[in-house]
Structures are given as C-alpha cells and as structure tokens.
Design a protein around this ligand. Sequence first.
Ligand SMILES: *Cc1c(COP(=O)(O)O)cnc(C)c1O
Length: 390
Amino acid sequence: MESSTDIIYVDNNATTRLAPEVVEAMTPFLTTWYGNPSSPHPFGNEAAKAIVHAREAIATLLGAEPEEIIFTSCGSESDSTAIRSALETQRGRRRVLTTAVEHAAVLNLCKYLQHNGLHVDYLPVDSQGRINLEQAKALINDDTAIVSCMWANNEIGNIYPVEALGQLAHAHGALFHVDAVQAVGKIPINLKDSSIDFLSLSGHKLHAPKGIGVLYRRRFTPFQPYLIGGHQESGQRAGTENVASIAGLGRAAELAMAHMDEEQSRVRAMRDRLEAGLVASCPDPLVNGDRQSRLPNTLNICFRYIEGESILLRLYETAHICASSGSACTSGSLEPSHVLRALGLDYRSLHGSVRFSLSRYNTDAEIDTILQVTPGIIRSLRELSPFGRL
Ligand SMILES: *Cc1c(COP(=O)(O)O)cnc(C)c1O
C-alpha cells in the first residue's frame, strides 16, 4: 500500500483513526512521564493526575460520576466483566437474557455460559432488526441474573430501547448491562437516573487507541472484579494502568462532547445522501435496519445476487474505499453475518451486504467518489452473476 492518505475510510464501526488531539494528549505519557501512577513520588503523581482528569472527562460524557468509571483493556473485557460479575454476585439466579444481534463479545460469552449449565435466552428481532419488549418481559423472571442488550448495533446501526428494557430487568431484581461501544460519541448518553447498572465502551471506536475500554458500574451495584491482583481502580480491576491510552481516551471523550452536534447533523447528512444516492442508482437495493431508530453514521445496504466481498474488493481497487461486509469479526469467514441472518434476509440478499460507517473525518467529496464508482461496480458484478441478469 502506497500511503494511507489516499484512503477513503468508511469502516468506522470496525475501528476509527486516532484524533490528532488524542495523539497529542498521549505522547507525554509515552515519552517523558512514564512513572507508575501508584508510585508515591511526584513523578508517578503526574501519571495519576492524568488518570483523574480522564476519568472526569468520561464521566461527563456519560452523565456519570467519576467513581463509577473503571478502566479496562477493551470493550470485550468490559462486557465479560459485567456479565460474569452479575452471575457471581447473584449466585441463586441462573438465567441470562440477551439479544440475537449482540457483538461476539457478548454472544460467545453467553454460549460459553450455556455450555457451563446456565440458561440463556436470545431475544429475536424482526425484519428491521427491532426487538419486542413484550417478548422480553415474558423472558425475564426471578431467576434472571442479568439482562444484556447493546445500545446500538455495529452492523445495521439500530438503536435499542435500553431504558425500557432496564426497567423490565429491575422489576424482577435482575441487573442490566448495556454494550454501548457503538453508541458512545454518536448519540447523547445520560446515565444519571437511568436503569443501567453496567455499561461498556471501547476507545478505538471513538478515535482513541485500541486496547483501552471502560466499564461503567453504577454506584452500589454489587460487583465482583474479573482481574484480581493489585489495588488499581479502587480494587475493581487489577493491573498497572495504561496511562497513555487512558489520557487519550479522556481527550477523545472531550472531543466526542464537542462534536456531538456534528455527528447528528453533518455526518447524518452525508450518510443520508450516500443512502439516497445508492438507492437511486443501483439495481435492487435493500437498506437494512430500522430507519426510524438508527445511528447517524451507519448505512447497511444489500445488493441482491452478488457477493459483498467482491464489492469490497472492487471498491478498494477502484478508489481505495475501505468499507465492510457484515462486521470485521464475521468477515474472513464466509458465513453470512448472524445479524443479517437474524433479520431473516433471503439467501439472495444475505451475501450481498455492504456496510458504510462514517465519522467526522469523512468529507462530502469522499461521498461523491463513493457515489460515482459504486453503481458501476454493482452493475458489472451483476453481469457476472449467474442470477443477476434474471
Ligand atoms: C467493537 C465492539 C466491541 C468490542 O470492543 P473491543 O474493544 O474491540 O473489545 C463490543 N461491542 C460492540 C458493539 C462493538 O462494536
């Protein structure tokens, strides 16, 4: 690859570029201030101060208190910690309720738990990816330890009614966890007086580095740490803090606050223009997800009779466009994504999906380029398809 500057990056639900301000906030802790935040000397204290500052910035972004923020290594660790903790602190309860469209970080943990004798229910979704709260209500009872639902889906962008679901969980004394990895920074979040006990987020989905995450734990929510060892994070998560990445995540949280309106206006307008343009110019388009309740940056669109993987290859060859078919975790295998399968798509559409996920670093000129090249790619691939000319 020549350089990354001529890339049109529209795969932001897989990961995001580091904001330059984030790199700037991190650099001192990778170079000059390398002290251990637990050390009693002033040198270590510089690192400790950076963590205090970052914790406050993240609490502000979430409408939470700094004491409710636990730094972890990634979104997956936060998800695992929350669900395992709920099962350990409520040992009498043997049920988990989640959805069929969760990220692998939750789904594969749940499969593992089932393997170990717990009962897990997976809420189905309708053809637009929506859950049914009545169905959820029927599946929660006094044996439910935790309900876990994503705030927003990484593949189709659906936003789920987490507040209402949390109230259903609490009505039976169950805890409520939200995987908000895709929601944080894209839609406003306020955890004050919410029904959410645990919430996960991940740095690399909001222009901070890979390998840093947060678990929000509501004050007084019973908790059992996952990593046991040193007294870091008030004894809630052992391991010397990833100071530079924490400082970077704090800066990313401040930037997310500052850019929230832009996400809802300029990014949404670019996504809507891309969607309308592709729907108008490509044969047989099918937009996936709930267009009434969807992240402002995400477009998942199916083109019948052709392979999403072939579209991606051509998009890259033609104009260095980086998009995704399904999610980064499921592509690589040729299995259609579990999310698209849960929507009940027919087999002709199942393989032909492309996800464009934008960020504030995208430009209108990039959207123009995608709109110029995509229709031709779709038409020529359909010419090659044995079914496409039917
Ligand atoms: C990316 C992602 C995760 C995993 O986060 P990591 O930091 O990569 O472990 C979990 N849930 C959702 C919805 C995601 O998009």
